[in-house]
Design a protein around this ligand. Structure first.
Ligand SMILES: Cc1cc2nc3c(=O)[nH]c(=O)nc-3n(C[C@H](O)[C@H](O)[C@H](O)COP(=O)(O)OP(=O)(O)OC[C@H]3O[C@@H](n4cnc5c(N)ncnc54)[C@H](O)[C@@H]3O)c2cc1C
Length: 452
């Protein structure tokens, strides 16, 4: 059967989505090729994983390499707010007690298919390179430094992936195309499926520091290797603090477009001003050495009208991007391969390459990203509610389940429904003790994309 085509499956993009897809398919004996535009290793944002990633590493036989690479173990997450913001957390309501800090350990809730009580923070240059090599070792053909220009779907028997090599225009025939091009969304753009998120217009500026003492923001022992999310006094803005090695820490400031200056120097000033609103963090970073130039990421949230089509599957960021507040991206990328490769194997067996062949993947990943999206929306709208739920025995494990990345089995988890009900109540009642704590993003505004 392979004779009519060069490969059964052609994957565009070799980030976590593309390389995990290639690894799953190669492991199942399917001939597949990955075209990656860059030469790895290359830097990339998105360095803190959630535990549902570990399930994929397990299935792909990749855990040993994660350990050998000595990526920092991530046991949990911490959220902190500035002292000035304390008064926002003073009001209890119906037994819910918000706090200006909260933390969670993954081991508090067991997860099916996962035996470790931690996941990882990663240097993406190194991690992506290892995973791509793993796919290659399992039998996938990998080409780096090849930028794909588009895909021709006009032939009924195959799709042709088009790229240039040197000054030659070439194409490769495949039965199924997987778009894993990340936020470039190559084929999604070609199809005109992309819908910009009109609510989340977040921007980020980030870099690495060496010698920052992570204990500066830890309020008790044992927290310094967690991810920290520091809320800022500016609405909808926060800072990530992610361990990269024992010595190196990634720091990023996320904010809305309106706060983000167009000039680079002003952006860097904004980074330091934001950090200065948390004095312990500021003095810790000023005493450390900045290792890389600042990098920014702009206006990144969007959805797709369709994520599958005839002979076509979009995975990872190419299928949707939701705000990174809960470190979701890599886990979604890996799990989209976990779900989609099953439909692809089935399609290759049955010979049905129509859109309906990829329906199970589409509905599962949409359910998961919709749950993430709703959770994120509630979080931005009323973040006192988030710490109150974490600190409440009734809800803690249900919130943890979401934060572990187990978001694919329920259409709307009960805990999310409850959160949304409370947000609606607070929105409607100007005298509610939490009314003044409402953020200015509207929780239910991006209905079109949230529902797709
Ligand atoms: C500010 C910010 C913070 C984030 N923080 C986190 C975090 O803490 N944790 C987390 O899990 N996620 C985080 N993310 C999200 C994370 O970066 C992504 O979700 C993740 O990288 C998605 O993987 P992917 O494989 O889909 O895409 P990518 O990792 O972007 O990989 C896509 C690959 O496709 C290649 N490519 C693109 N176009 C072409 C082409 N035409 N031809 C060939 N190759 C092509 C690219 O070179 C790239 O290597 C963050 C994102 C942002 C913006």
């Amino acid at each position: 059967m392979t004779s009519e085509v060069d490969f059964e499956v052609g994957i565009i993009g070799g980030g976590p989505a593309g390389s995990s897809m290639a690894a799953y398919l190669a492991k199942a004996g399917v001939s597949c090729v990955v075209f990656e535009r860059e030469i790895f290793p290359r830097p990339h944002v998105g360095e803190s994983l959630v535990p549902s990633s570990t399930r994929v590493f397990n299935e792909l036989g990749f855990l040993e390499q994660m350990e050998e690479a000595r990526f920092p173990h991530k046991f949990g997450a911490v959220w902190t707010a500035a002292n000035d913001d304390r008064r926002m957390y003073d009001h209890d309501w119906e037994g819910l007690e918000p706090d200006c800090r909260a933390d969670l350990r993954f081991e508090e809730r067991m997860q099916e298919g996962i035996t470790q009580i931690y996941t990882y923070h990663v240097d993406r240059g190194k991690f992506d390179n290892l995973l791509l090599h793993h796919a290659h070792a399992l039998g996938a053909k990998v080409y780096e430094g090849i930028s794909v220009q588009g895909v021709d779907f006009s032939d009924p028997v195959h799709a042709a992936i088009k790229f240039t090599m040197g000054d030659q225009q070439l194409s490769t025939k495949v039965r199924i195309v997987v778009d894993a091009t990340g936020r470039r969304t190559l084929v999604g753009n070609q199809m005109k499926w992309r819908i910009k998120d009109s609510v989340f217009d977040q921007y980020a500026i980030h870099t690495w520091f060496e010698g920052y003492d992570r204990r500066a923001m830890a309020y008790r022992d044992g927290l310094s290797n967690y991810i920290f999310v520091h809320f800022l006094p500016i609405t909808n803005s926060w800072i990530w603090q992610i361990p990269i090695t024992e010595e190196v820490t990634s720091i990023g400031v996320v904010t809305q477009k309106k706060n983000f200056a167009t000039k680079r120097e002003s952006r860097e000033r904004f980074f330091w001003d934001a950090v200065a609103s948390r004095p312990e963090l500021y003095s810790g970073l000023k005493a450390a050495q900045q290792l890389r130039a600042f990098k920014d990421e702009g206006d990144y949230s969007y959805a797709m009208r369709q994520i599958v089509g005839d002979r076509l599957v979009l995975i990872g960021d190419a299928a949707r991007f939701v705000d990174p507040i809960f470190s979701t991206g890599v886990s979604i990328a890996l799990n989209s391969s976990r779900f989609a490769h099953k439909d692809i194997l089935q399609a290759l067996e049955s010979g049905n390459f129509g859109r309906d062949a990829f329906h199970d993947y589409e509905s599962t990943i949409r359910r998961g990203t919709r749950n993430w999206y709703n959770f994120i929306s509630v979080y931005y709208r009323l973040n006192v509610l988030f710490t109150a739920f974490i600190n409440d025995k009734r809800y803690r494990l249900d919130v943890l389940k979401l934060l572990q990345g187990d978001v694919y089995d329920d259409d709307e988890p009960e805990v999310l429904t409850r959160m949304r009900e409370i947000v609606t109540e607070v929105e409607r009642n100007p005298r509610h003790v939490w009314h003044d704590a409402l953020g200015d993003l509207t929780a239910n505004a991006f209905v079109t994309a949230a529902q797709v």
